[in-house]
Design a protein around this ligand. Structure first.
Ligand code: PLP
Length: 414
């Protein structure tokens, strides 16, 4: 079967809830992937930062191969021998007292929301059903009905109401709005320290610190959604470290399993995690032994291969290169670590066609929103491979497309 045949199958038998690039990937290694025709591509998206450790990392392959014939699922009705050691490792590594495992990112966000509400009622003393959680414009926290209910993206909500009450949306980056919104019913502030889906939006310096102060003054929890920004992506283990603060709840997912398995969860100290009692919350697969084994190894790889420092170094290098490339299409460049948003002028005609042009040159990137190219390769990409990818990115960003044909994509194909 060829590329078109696989695409036809997806179109005929699958729900059309995505608009992927038309590349059908068959295998991968490190930061490289191969399609069904044998074409090779550099992966500059890394599954939205789920494969920070690179594709098919041999250590993760080995852990899966060892664990799967041993034991895969007990449910939490019984215990398993991988969960305890993983809890110990992840809490010691991150400096939080407790971990609560889930599977997908959205479930971990739901878990944080439940923790914050229960904390508000049982610890803070908020009146029944009055707890409020402050969230922000342009947020992305997943796709459940509760979460899309406080999205500011019309399409994410359209047709999915009615929505869960108890959320108030504030302007991302506006410190005064937060100070004005705080009141005795506020249970928590839920925020991405850098907005990934929003287009790599970095809040003003001091903003996260301001949120920390507001939460301290008004006895509210600060919840950081680090599902995409965490685990090395921004050049720190967690993006909140850039401001030297410590949240009350950290939400993790994506790279927690290096792309092998859905593993997510929340980190918190005892006063918050202690609100959960047997029966309050759970998940059949949450904390299963495969998840625990693979997550522990995935974290160890980040630490032992010093991927956090690599992200900082290579990210600064890549941002500097792009800043000097002199592209007429770039409106703004934003980056922290190996996480760069290239925002194009509206006159450039949209980021999608640049991504499609890059695909034909062997580089996989994905647009986010209409005008931003997101660059987020695996953190263990070599300098040579990164340079190769940047060469092509700079190429498509500096060619004069108007002279040749109507779109960058058409020109490359021609
Ligand atoms: C990806 C993402 C989620 C949702 O994770 P899923 O595993 O897709 O449910 C939530 N928050 C942020 C910041 C994300 O990037």
């Amino acid at each position: 079967m060829k590329t078109a045949d696989f695409i036809a199958l997806e179109d005929q038998f699958g729900a059309h809830n995505y608009h992927p690039l038309d590349v059908v990937i068959q295998r991968a290694e490190g930061c490289w992937v191969w399609d069904v025709e044998g074409n090779k591509y550099l992966d500059m998206l890394a599954a939205y930062s789920a494969v920070n450790q690179g594709h098919c990392h041999p250590r993760l392959v080995r852990v899966m191969q060892e664990q799967i014939p041993q034991l895969t699922l007990t449910s939490r009705a019984f215990r398993n021998d991988k969960l305890g050691p993983f809890y110990q490792y992840v809490t010691e590594l991150t400096g939080f007292e407790k971990f609560l495992p889930m599977n997908t990112g959205a479930e971990a966000v739901e878990t944080a929301i439940k923790a914050a509400r229960k904390w508000a009622y049982t610890v803070k003393g908020v009146a029944e059903d009055r707890a409020e959680i402050l969230v922000f414009t342009n947020n992305f926290h997943g796709r459940t009905t509760t979460i899309v209910g406080f999205s500011t993206e019309d399409q994410y909500k359209d047709g999915f109401g009615p929505f869960t009450p108890g959320f108030r949306v504030l302007e991302y980056g506006d410190a005064d709005a937060v100070a004005a919104a705080m009141n005795e019913n506020v249970a928590a502030i839920l925020i991405e320290p850098i907005q990934g889906e929003g287009g790599i939006i970095i809040p003003p310096d001091g903003y996260l610190k301001h949120l920390r102060t507001q939460c301290d003054e008004h006895n509210a929890l600060l919840i950081m959604d680090e599902i995409q920004s965490g685990l090395g992506r921004t050049g720190k283990m967690f993006a909140y470290e850039h401001e030297g603060i410590r949240p009350d709840i950290v939400i993790v997912g994506k790279a927690l399993s290096g792309g092998f398995y859905p593993v997510s969860g929340i980190l918190a100290d005892d006063p918050v995690m202690g609100v959960f009692h047997p029966g309050d919350h759970g998940s059949t697969y949450g904390g299963n032994p495969v998840a625990a084994a693979v997550a522990m190894e995935a974290l160890q790889i980040l630490v032992e291969d010093q991927l956090v420092d690599r992200s900082a170094e290579l990210g600064a290098y890549a941002l500097d290169r792009l800043e000097r490339c002199g592209s007429p299409y770039i409106k703004e460049l934003r980056g922290r670590g190996l996480w760069i948003g290239v925002e194009l002028h509206e006159s450039a005609g949209g980021a999608r066609q640049f991504c499609e042009a890059l695909q034909h040159l062997g580089v996989l990137c994905k647009e986010t929103h209409e005008h931003v190219i997101r660059i987020a390769p695996p953190l263990n990409i070599s300098k040579e491979d990164l340079d190769w990818g940047l060469d092509h990115i700079e190429d498509v960003l500096t060619r004069d497309w108007s002279a040749k044909t109507e779109t960058p994509e058409a020109a490359i194909v021609a």
